[in-house]
Design a protein around this ligand. Structure first.
Ligand SMILES: [Zn+2]
Length: 142
């Protein structure tokens, strides 16, 4: 009985320890799968920013001449601007996509113009598809 309890407890603890590991694995996997060009550009942006900081630091430490610092910094700044522009383009395109999706959804949700047929006998307003009045059962004119 004690043995069984130990096995159950051990299994439970093991499960509790391992569960987050498996969850994290699948999260990482889906993150990789869902990585878009935008994500890559964001990462590139961070890398370039880091490089500029390193460059400034090395220049401050005297490892880099003023001329080299200025030249490389100019190159990095150009790269950075290009990446920002690409991110901007993607975001604009996504906005347009979202706009189109919203417009399509709006039109789909619009009720189709309801043609009602009024009953010749009681005057009840019936949907156009009805052949007989929903109120009194009289045949509707086609
Ligand atoms: Zn009727």
């Amino acid at each position: 009985m004690i043995y069984l309890a130990c096995v159950l407890l051990g299994g439970g603890v093991l499960l509790a320890i391992c569960a987050p590991l498996f969850r994290r694995d699948s999260a990482v996997e889906s993150a990789i799968l869902e990585e878009t060009e935008w994500d890559l550009l964001q990462r590139k942006k961070e890398v370039i920013l880091g490089n500029i900081q390193d460059l400034d630091f090395e220049h401050k430490c005297g490892k880099l001449s003023d001329a080299d610092h200025e030249r490389i910094r100019g190159e990095l700044a150009g790269e950075f601007a290009a990446v920002l522009q690409q991110i901007d383009d993607i975001e604009k395109a996504q906005d347009l996509d979202a706009l189109i999706r919203r417009e399509i959804a709006r039109r789909k949700n619009q009720p189709s113009p309801d043609v009602k047929r009024s009953c010749p006998s009681c005057g009840h307003s019936n949907p156009a598809a009805n052949k007989f009045c929903a109120e009194c059962g009289a045949q509707l004119k086609s």
